[in-house]
Design a protein around this ligand. Structure first.
Ligand code: SF4
Length: 94
């Protein structure tokens, strides 16, 4: 499992699925829509820069998750905390 954080999000990649992935779409998505922080090593995505740099430089574009779901093997999950949305939902139920 590859996990890293950007400013507000957490990215989890179940890289046990990746050797069977024919497209490696996450790598291309990261170079097209973000800063190209993912690279392929041993058939799996890895970070090209340190986790600290990723946290500072990541654009939070969500492109890798979208492309993996669309063209890969659905290995990426991105958590996007939205406490304001939870508060809003609670206010609606009152
Ligand atoms: S697109 Fe998804 S399944 Fe394919 S290599 Fe990337 S993370 Fe793994």
């Amino acid at each position: 499992m590859l996990e890293f954080e950007e400013r507000t999000i957490k990215v989890s990649i179940d890289d046990s699925k990746c050797p069977d992935c024919k497209t490696k779409a996450c790598i291309k998505a990261c170079s097209l829509y973000s800063r190209g922080m993912l690279k392929l090593r041993g058939g799996k995505p890895t970070l090209l820069i340190s986790p600290r740099e990723v946290k500072r430089m990541g654009t939070e574009c969500l492109g890798c998750e979208f492309e993996c779901r669309l063209r890969g093997l659905n290995a990426i999950k991105i958590e996007v905390p939205m406490p304001e949305l939870d508060e809003f939902k609670q206010s609606l139920s009152k």
